[in-house]
Design a protein around this ligand. Structure first.
Ligand code: NAP
Ligand code: ZN
Ligand code: ZN
Length: 352
């Protein structure tokens, strides 16, 4: 066992603070990873504050956008060697035998994926702990390879924000020339823009205010509109083939559905804490579709990393020390993030 420095929320109402966890020596098919960087996802905030239904497991060490280097490999682990740059995303295990696991969609496992944190190990039922820590032990089948040359700090957010946006774009077959809207320009939203542009789509960012217009265009978006301006919904009515909704807070789905053209699809990625009504008419009138999508499987996550490497895509980040994490949460809740906070895990290691 390795005593491992971490940061944890001890309850839903307390700020994150230093905490120590134990990481096991790798079992036969596991690897031990020294964590270098961990992205800060809005899901970390939702869970650390127990905004999704009161099932949070505390103390909770969040973090599921993990990048680091392998420092030890189990006896029969053959996929990685010491020194390899690797990633761990939102889950670390699943049943492996249900239809979704067999088809590489482990995130939809019939028995429930084992979350990287705020979850229970399948065998010991011990709570899992995430990447706001200096090391993690993971089965090699749930570890990703970071492509050669990709900056490791800017790669970390791909493990959740990247795959969560790549997967629906692929699944729904977004193709060159499609009109795509990205709602909410945060961590997920900015990755959606980069990836959809690389897939050849014509991308419009729909953001609450005008403040992110220049950024959106610099990220590659072709167009931008502010959603606090009611004229936007008139001007863009029936414009889009596909809408990615990455909004973390409550909002009116029907208004956005009206922006879909005939047969268009809107996919929900954001998980606000309260449900919102959907008007049947908003779907019926133009045979529109409303869907949802949860991260992506291991094979697709590797495909996404390779796609991003090929297209020179990485996240735009603000690197922070672990001591800034509570302030980063406050800023994210206000939409003040350009466009992903990434924790430099060196700031968690004891001085040598
Ligand atoms: P984020 O970086 O905080 O970005 C969310 C953005 O949503 C904000 O920057 C803001 O963009 C917009 N927004 C926030 N509140 C709003 C409101 N009330 N009305 C309209 N717009 C609002 O968050 P994130 O890390 O990208 O995560 C976004 C959501 O996706 C979270 O709910 C998270 O839990 C969820 N998520 C889902 C999955 C999945 O698998 N489905 C995976 C990861 C995360 P503007 O400033 O541009 O308006
Ligand atoms: Zn996430
Ligand atoms: Zn399964």
């Amino acid at each position: 066992m390795h005593q491992t420095p971490a940061y944890a929320a001890s309850s839903a109402t307390t700020p994150l603070a230093p905490f120590t966890i134990e990481r096991r020596a790798p079992r036969a098919h596991e690897v031990l990873i020294d964590i270098l960087y961990c992205g800060v996802c809005h899901s970390d905030i939702h869970q650390a504050r127990d905004e999704w239904g009161g099932n949070g497991i505390f103390p909770m060490v969040p973090g599921h956008e993990i990048v680091g280097r392998v420092v030890e490999v189990g006896e029969h682990a053959g996929k990685f060697k010491v020194g390899d740059a690797v990633g761990v995303g939102c889950f670390v295990d699943s049943c492996r035998v249900c239809p979704q696991c067999v088809s590489g969609e482990e995130q939809y496992c019939d028995e429930g994926m084992t979350g990287t944190y705020n979850s229970l190990e399948r065998d010991t039922r011990a709570p899992t702990h995430g990447g706001y820590s200096t090391r993690i032990t993971v089965h090699e089948d749930y570890v990703l390879r970071i492509p050669e040359g990709m900056p490791l700090d800017r790669a970390a957010p791909l493990l959740c924000a990247g795959i969560t946006t790549y997967s629906p774009l692929r699944h729904y077959g977004v193709k060159p020339g499609d009109e795509v809207a990205v709602v909410g320009l945060g961590g997920l939203g900015h990755m959606a823009v980069k990836i959809a542009v690389a897939m050849g789509a014509r991308v419009t960012v729909l953001s609450t205010s005008e403040t992110k217009r220049a950024d959106a265009l610099a990220l590659g978006a072709h167009d931008f509109a502010a959603t606090r301006d009611p004229a936007t919904f008139k001007a863009l009515a029936r414009r889009f083939d596909f809408i990615i909704d990455s909004v973390s807070g409550n909002h009116d789905y029907n208004a956005y559905l009206s922006l879909l053209k005939f047969d268009g699809t809107m996919v929900l990625l954001g998980i606000p804490d309260t449900p919102a009504p959907v008007a049947a008419g908003a779907l019926i009138m133009q045979r529109r579709k409303l869907g949802g999508s949860l991260i992506g499987g291991i094979a697709e996550t590797q495909e996404m990393l390779d796609f991003c490497a090929q297209h020179g895509i990485a996240s735009d980040i603000e690197l922070i020390d672990i001591g800034q994490i509570n302030d980063a949460y406050e800023r994210m809740v206000k939409g003040d993030v350009r466009y992903r906070f990434v924790i430099d895990i060196a700031s968690l290691r004891p001085a040598a």
